[in-house]
Structures are given as C-alpha cells and as structure tokens.
Design a protein around this ligand. Structure first.
Ligand code: TPP
Length: 187
C-alpha cells in the first residue's frame, strides 16, 4: 500500500465541504494532484500540519478538517498531539502516512519504526482507528478510512505505507495564493 493510494481513496468520501491540510513535500503534491482544489497545501512549515489543522478546525467548526501528515512531520511536531487532545475539536481528523522515511528529500530513514501507534495515541488520550497496514487490501483500508472520516469525535488514523511516491510536479501556487483561494471558496 502506498500513501498516494490512500490519498486517492479519500476522494470517494469527500462531500466538498471538508478542508484538507497536507504536510509539506510529496504529500501536499499528491493532495494537490489527486483531490479537488482548493485546500491548504503546506509548502514548508515542517512539523506544523497538525497545528494548522487545529487552528482551522477551531476557526471553521462547521467544516470537517482532514489533516494528512507524514511520519517525519509527525515526529517533528509530536507535542501538538497533546494540544489537540486537550482541545478535542470533534471536526478534526488526522491521517498519519508513515512510510518510515523522509521520502520527499530522498527516502532517508526516520525513527518511526519504534512507534507503537495504538499505544502512542492512547497515551495522548486520542481516539484512534486500528492502523492501516502495508499488507491490507484496498477494501480493508477503505473500511478504516470510513470509520475515521465518519467518527463523531476527534480521530486519528495511522497508516503504514510503502515509500515509492510518484514523481509529481510542484504545486504552482504561492503560499498567499493557497490561503486566499481557500478563503475565497468559503465565502
Ligand atoms: C525544518 C525543516 N527541515 C527539513 C525540511 C526539508 N524537508 C521537506 S519535506 C521533508 C520530509 C518530510 O517527511 P515526511 O513528513 O515523512 O513526508 P514524506 O516526505 O515521507 O512524504 C523534509 C526533510 C523542511 N522543509 N523543514
């Protein structure tokens, strides 16, 4: 299972009312290329997608905010898990795409292999879905995505994925254009 396959699967669950926040590098490129626009594609800000997702979920409580984050980004901003557990916005959903690598910068290994996600997330008091595993079928993964996206509360879905990302072009938007397009679409 590849991270971009899960991102592609998301499209069948979207109503058009969600806001997606994607972590920098490949994941943002994949969200831009495979899912409807506009969304919040982080271009830098490594470690911050969960915090940005938290801010948007509080600013727009009537919208579901889906934050898609790589393991490198998660580890860099791990403390934000305590903050979201404390604040607990029910409209915030976080998907972790753990490929055990910094794929964007050349697949250097991360240290995520030592994480036990159910224990980690339970330890932070975060509601979570059973992780997607590399050997899951697409149907298994879709069932877990559905439980995650339809959860009535704050929810985290960890997904163990391979690291053979497609080569996609850069997002042709400046950060200011990314935010202004999203805000224009919400009026
Ligand atoms: C503070 C900081 N350090 C390093 C980078 C360079 N960088 C951009 S994306 C990336 C890898 C992100 O890894 P991960 O979140 O696991 O996503 P993946 O690339 O595997 O999809 C790195 C190291 C950066 N943008 N900011």
């Amino acid at each position: 299972m590849e991270g971009h396959e899960l991102i592609q699967q998301l499209s069948s669950f979207l109503t058009g009312d969600e806001i997606i926040v994607s972590s920098n590098g490949n994941i943002s490129r994949q969200v831009y290329h495979y899912l409807p626009h506009p969304q919040i594609y982080l271009r830098g800000s490594m470690g911050l997608p969960i915090s940005v997702g938290l801010g948007l979920s509080l600013a727009k409580p009537e919208r579901k905010v889906l934050t898609v984050v790589g393991d490198g980004n998660l580890l860099m901003g791990l403390g934000s898990l305590a903050t979201i557990s404390f604040v607990r916005p029910s409209n915030l959903k976080i998907m972790i795409l753990d490929n055990n690598a910094y794929a964007t910068t050349g697949n250097q290994p991360t240290t995520s292999g030592i994480l036990n996600y159910p224990q980690l997330l339970d330890g932070f008091g975060l509601p979570n879905v059973v992780p997607v595993l590399r050997e899951d079928t697409l149907d298994d993964a879709k069932e877990k995505i559905q439980l995650w996206i339809e959860s009535p509360e704050l929810c985290v879905l960890p997904a163990m994925v391979d690291s053979n990302p497609p080569k996609l072009s850069n997002i042709p938007l400046h950060p200011e254009e990314i935010t202004s397009s999203l805000y224009a679409s919400m009026k």
